[in-house]
Design a protein around this ligand. Structure first.
Ligand code: C5P
Length: 405
């Protein structure tokens, strides 16, 4: 989970009335764990769903609910509470609160805080699908966006009322990521990034196949970091058990051939291609249509293999390739093999994993190979490393072409 963007940030977390208030307990925990200070302010309606005592315990700060709170000596809570804030986040943001914000109302502590603010305002809507779709709500949301307010979500899916549709609040982890993303420097703004991640699965028959131990963690961490850096991200993922990073377009595939086709279909739109997937080098040339039976009389099965196409090399060979980045997991002599592989695949940058076995681990240590140069990055968790790699990639990009005059 991304942490660096939020360390030391001071957030006012405004809660309004809605069943999604329960998600804010977890969101507060994630924000404080990332090093942010969280000042909770609740509307009267929010206190009907979760108590200020719970929010005080989780945020480690007294909670404010009233404009007339005697704890603020100058009676200026609406100014004082947000004075040091890096942002105000309203979560959950109810239909009513969005309407009041859109119209500049200031009739309780939270709405007054919002209108008196001198910092960015983010809202995380939560409501029933019909309330969300109502033209009045849509008008209000459009107005909020026009006023420069960030609207995070909503999500789609089953709702507390039993209906299914748009309007439910982003889950706590996704809200956290969306807030972290807001604070990330937008070094890839306007860039389109295509990535592969995870293993591939090469079938032998309808139930068996060959795969590898790639967890997809590094590729997903890079997709998340690229999204947070402002890029439009398309992630082609082999079979992994990972959640899609917030704001990332994900396409699931199984085999190396499917991964190749998905990449080739999307690559013309990409400015950057990062091949992180551990793609199977071979597939069996004839996949059995029936499950291969085991029997005492029959000989053991044998398979012949054909080579899969090298996706990374194929992208690098395109007449107008995107900035192409490869990965390599070498078990020995990385210094020599890394540079050789980079040259062979004809990519400007190849990231070598130090250590033979990084699959599934949360930490990693890498060397960047580029023509005539090798740079080691310090060992770090995969998300921190992903952010560092995105910074390194951004530094090496050709400048964005300006308009032709
Ligand atoms: O040759 P090797 O598999 O070690 O190369 C690793 C790099 O090449 C990774 O970036 C991987 O995603 C990419 N690759 C690929 N298609 C293959 C094999 C590897 O894109 N068939």
């Amino acid at each position: 989970m991304a942490t660096a963007e939020l360390a030391g940030k001071h957030l006012v977390l405004g809660m309004t009335g809605g069943i999604a208030c329960y998600k804010i307990a977890e969101l507060t925990r994630l924000l404080t764990k990332a090093g942010a200070t969280v000042q909770v302010v609740m509307t009267e309606a929010a206190t009907q769903f979760i108590t200020p005592v719970t929010m005080q315990a989780l945020s480690g700060r007294p909670v404010y609910t009233s404009q007339w709170d005697a704890r603020v000596p100058n009676n200026m809570a609406h100014i004082d509470l947000s004075r040091e804030a890096d942002a105000i986040v309203i979560a959950p943001a109810s239909t009513d609160f969005l309407a009041r914000l859109a119209h500049g109302m200031a009739d309780d502590l939270l709405s007054t805080l919002c209108i008196a603010r001198d910092c960015p305002l983010l809202v995380v809507p939560a409501m029933n699908r019909q309330m969300w779709q109502n033209p009045a709500t849509q008008r209000n949301v459009a107005q909020l966006r026009a006023d420069g307010i960030e609207v995070l979500g909503p999500d789609s899916g089953p709702q507390a009322c039993g209906e299914v549709g748009d309007g439910r609040m982003l889950e706590a982890a996704a809200s956290y990521e969306a807030i972290a993303s807001f604070f990330s420097p937008k070094i890839l703004a306007g860039r389109r990034v295509l990535l592969t991640a995870g293993p591939t699965f090469e079938p032998l028959d309808p139930v068996r196949g060959i795969t590898n131990r790639s967890s997809g963690k590094m590729g997903f961490a890079l997709a998340r970091a690229a999204q947070q850096a402002g890029a439009d991200v398309h992630l082609v993922a082999g079979p992994v058990a990972l959640d899609t990073p917030w704001g990332v377009f994900r396409e699931d595939v199984q085999t190396a051939q499917q991964m190749h086709d998905a990449v080739m279909h999307a690559v013309a739109d990409a400015d950057i291609f990062i091949g992180v997937a551990a793609v199977a080098d071979w597939r069996v040339d004839h996949v059995s249509e029936q499950k291969i039976k085991k029997s005492a009389e029959r000989a053991l099965p044998s398979f012949s293999f054909v080579e899969n196409s090298d996706i990374l090399a194929a992208v690098a060979k395109l007449p107008k390739p995107p900035f192409t980045v490869g990965f390599a997991a070498e078990s020995d002599n990385l210094d020599v093999h890394g540079e050789q592989k980079r040259a062979r695949k004809n990519v400007p940058l190849l990231i070598g994993n130090l250590g033979p076995q990084t699959f599934g681990l949360d930490d990693n240590e890498v060397i960047l190979f580029e023509a005539g140069k090798a740079t080691k990055l310090p060992r770090a968790d995969k998300q921190t490393l992903a952010r560092a790699l995105i910074t390194e990639i951004a530094k090496r990009l050709p400048p964005v072409a300006g308009p032709v005059l």
